[in-house]
Design a protein around this ligand. Sequence first.
Ligand code: GLN
Length: 252
Amino acid sequence: MAVGVLALQGSFNEHIAALRRLGVKGVEIRKPEQLQSVTSLIIPGGESTTMAKLAEYHNLFPALREFVKMGKPVWGTCAGLIFLANKATGQKTGGQELVGGLDCLVHRNFFGSQIQSFEAELQVPAIAAKEGGPPTFRGVFIRAPAILEVGPEVEVLADFPVQSNKVADPNYALESQEEDNTGTARKVIVAVKQGNLLATAFHPELTADTRWHSYFLKMVCEVGEGTSSSMCAPGEELSFYQTPKIDLPIYQ
Ligand code: GLN
């Protein structure tokens, strides 16, 4: 089995390395016809405007939309989440083309500019329940988006408390919401699943904790039930079921 990784721009190499750590091959996808050779796809983080321009140049949008519509598993991280969203706000003037499919409203650069990037321990009960390991996950947020609204089909896998003084967008109306005594006004959503689609606002490929990749691979196996792939064969001890390793950023 091989997982496609959209390789126009951004952190596609890091995703391929994370898949490799789980014993799975990642295949770089740059052209529409290459999507036919894979049954699942990761859309990495990067710069969604640039990525959209390159995707348009390579005429990838129709093939990507078809891929999503066919029910094939697709995981978008950060800019990839923006790609998958049905609606985005905070875009450059004129907007940008989206693949869509994920019933949510995403806010680009929700937490501010590059210099306001941060790491935070996220509560990830659904991931810990399925993958084991600690109940939290180190979220690396790089000029990250946040999900502000989701449709009824969307399962929220992680959210994040936002302090009103940390929201970069002055138009974002936190004032109307009650703050508690820690200054926490509300939570934004940072990881979701909707059927064949998975999306995270942060970058799991930049940590050594492979549970999100493992979770996605299980989605791939579930969709491709009956697949001949040895990775999904029942009763086998799969390499990606291993106990997660200690979470250290891969850049340390
Ligand atoms: N803010 C970026 C964008 O809009 C996404 C950042 C990322 O992928 N790390 O594309």
